[in-house]
Design a protein around this ligand. Structure first.
Ligand SMILES: [Fe+2]
Length: 249
């Protein structure tokens, strides 16, 4: 049984140690609550997992982000740490979990740890049980759905480290277009230009596991908002038209 009030309180006191004025910290706090609520909803509507445990995976999935920002001042895992592994190590190897949820059973701890470690992977690891796979999928879907919102509400300078003008001028790489055509996520190494990043984020639509996740993503409207991007590059404009027509098919 998860003591939600206790978890919320512990989360608030944990993040209070970080700079609340830093927009990166603010973003991750809001993202955490959104993802937790989405996990709960997906678990509830699919029956794929218990809502309370799914909610908890959402609350703790990005706990490594705060220390990552404090130590490295970046969200880019490639130049700092793998934030999922880092967060799971803090929770499960350094005892941080006791602050949030000391009452979990061994089985719940295992599910929580596996879900957190796998949440940012391109593909799920081998060897997960059916139950573990379900919680991993719920969290991964919830996280992706909220990425669409973050894309719309955060300036390009902040998420992609590029200027808005650069974004408007740039062309989509052929490899990234190919991922969209194949309806698959984009490997990090394929992203070359500024506009590749939002296009890659849009490709996450194809990775949503549960039909209800697609429904939520559509109903929130952030995907449409991303697709309405007005490029000043004619090829990119045509490409966005193509994506608008095909993304939900
Ligand atoms: Fe994450």
């Amino acid at each position: 049984m998860t003591d939600r009030t206790g978890v919320r309180k512990a989360f608030n006191s944990y993040v209070a140690a970080y700079d609340a004025e830093d927009p990166k910290i603010k973003l991750k706090i809001a993202h955490t609550y959104r993802v937790a609520a989405l996990c709960e909803r997906i678990a509830g509507e699919t029956g794929a997992g218990r809502t309370e445990l799914a909610w908890l995976t959402g609350m703790l999935h990005d706990i490594g982000r705060f220390e990552q920002i404090r130590r490295y001042n970046t969200f880019v895992d490639a130049v700092s740490v793998d934030h999922a592994r880092f967060g799971a190590d803090l929770l499960f190897r350094e005892g941080l979990l006791e602050r949030f949820a000391p009452e979990l059973t061994e089985a719940e701890r295992r599910i929580l740890e596996k879900s957190i470690r796998a949440h940012n992977l391109y593909r799920l690891p081998e060897g997960l049980t059916e139950e573990e796979t379900a919680y991993c999928n719920i969290l991964r879907d919830a996280d992706k759905i909220d990425i669409f919102r973050v894309n719309c509400e955060t300036p390009a300078e902040e998420i992609y480290n590029v200027s808005t003008q650069e974004l408007k001028n740039s062309a989509v790489s052929e490899d990234v277009k190919e991922c969209f055509r194949n309806r698959t996520a984009v490997l990090r190494s394929l992203k070359k230009t500024a506009i590749d990043y939002p296009v890659a984020h849009l490709c996450l639509v194809f990775e949503l596991v549960y039909p209800v996740s697609r429904l939520i993503a559509r109903e929130q409207g952030y995907v449409e908002k991303m697709l309405a991007f007005e490029s000043e590059n004619p090829d990119t404009r045509a490409w966005f038209r193509h994506m608008r027509e095909n993304i939900w098919k």
